[in-house]
Design a protein around this ligand. Structure first.
Ligand code: ASP
Length: 343
């Protein structure tokens, strides 16, 4: 009903009547999964994460509530997280072995399975904006490296020096990982640990019933040789299909690519007829876990149901469901819930 009114442009009327509880739109956000333990967290840090997750999810929700397209909500929400040093995306991205940042991002629209991605980019301020530009303004799905940067420049996107993404805590993390690599005699980084957490992702259902998913990351600390993870790989780190569901993933990317995680979850919803909760839980806590892959996903199905399973101690996450219920979590248990637009 509310969706029909919104389509008719009557949302303003609704607001005037104070009928502010929107029934159909939904949004879920993640800020990375991994060994996130309460004992390692200060209350200030925890409060900062909660505040940023809430700011992001509420900003995205406001766009959906205004009837804006899902892709606008996804990009705007991810850009809030890319601009925050708390997350491994944009500012605060992890360092490569060579002390640079190489960023990956992707977006997919569930209506016609349009998608865009950039991989290994170093100078695009907002990789998710570039992924969206690839989807909207190019005949391709994935652009990499300097070519992606030329395209972004041509599209008028903001370019920055690579050190725009620098943060002291990520440099510290690189040093630790390199020391461990040296001890173990390893050639490349990519170990799962506190150093690499913070990939961000968003899935929404918009006022027109479209499911859109996006993901943005700096990848894994000390990555080398042009390593690309799952985040820009459609089907692995990001997937959306209005006939089943939308997914954004975070975790050890190599496993997510090999197990085609995001697409597998939606295929189970579509062909097995199981709920998104069950499909996502099976893939994360059964298939992936048994293979040794760590991480989690956020997902929304075509009825607007939300799932957020992870097989790590924690995952930064927040959602507003189609009843206007806001949920925020970091560790196993939900941290807080409240009602948005309660009448
Ligand atoms: N999945 C990302 C990658 O492998 C990293 C992460 O989500 O933490 O590049």
């Amino acid at each position: 009903m509310l969706k029909q009114l919104r389509r008719l442009g009557l949302t303003g009327t609704l607001c005037a009547l104070s009928l502010s509880a929107y029934a159909d739109i939904a949004i879920v956000v993640h800020g990375g999964a991994g060994t996130i333990l309460k004992k390692d967290m200060t209350s200030e840090k925890e409060a900062a994460y909660v505040a940023k997750l809430k700011e992001a999810v509420q900003a995205g929700y406001a766009k959906l509530e205004a009837g804006e397209p899902g892709e606008d909500a996804v990009v705007a929400t991810i850009q809030i997280l890319e601009a925050s040093p708390l997350f491994n995306a944009g500012v605060g991205a992890v360092y490569t072995y060579d002390e640079e940042h190489e960023l990956d991002a992707s977006i997919m629209h569930g209506a016609h399975r349009q998608a865009g991605a950039v991989a290994g980019v170093k100078t695009i301020r907002s990789p998710i904006a570039a992924a969206r530009a690839v989807m909207a303004h190019s005949p391709h799905v994935m652009l990499a490296g300097e070519g992606a940067e030329s395209f972004a420049r041509e599209q008028g996107l903001e370019m920055v020096d690579n050190n725009y993404f620098d943060t002291d805590h990520r440099l510290e993390a690189l040093k630790k990982v390199k020391a461990r690599m040296q001890e173990a005699g390893k050639q490349a980084g990519g170990q799962q640990g506190a150093e690499k957490m913070g990939t961000v992702g968003v899935v929404v259902m918009d006022a027109k019933d479209n499911i859109v998913a996006g993901t943005s990351t700096g990848g894994m600390t000390a990555k080398r040789y042009g390593r690309i993870g799952d985040s820009p790989v459609i089907g692995a780190g990001t997937f959306a299909d209005n006939n089943s569901c939308g997914v954004s993933a975070t975790g050890h990317g190599e496993y997510f690519i090999r197990y085609n995680v995001a697409a597998d979850i939606c295929a189970r919803v579509r062909y097995h007829g199981v709920s998104v909760t069950r499909a996502a839980d099976t893939v994360i806590n059964d298939v992936l876990k048994n293979a040794g892959g760590t991480g989690g996903v956020i997902a929304i199905d075509r009825q607007g149901h939300i799932a957020m399973p992870f097989n790590t101690p924690g995952m930064y996450r927040a959602s507003i469901d189609n009843n206007g219920k806001l949920t925020v979590g970091i560790y196993q248990d939900v941290l807080e819930t409240s009602q948005i637009n309660a009448q």
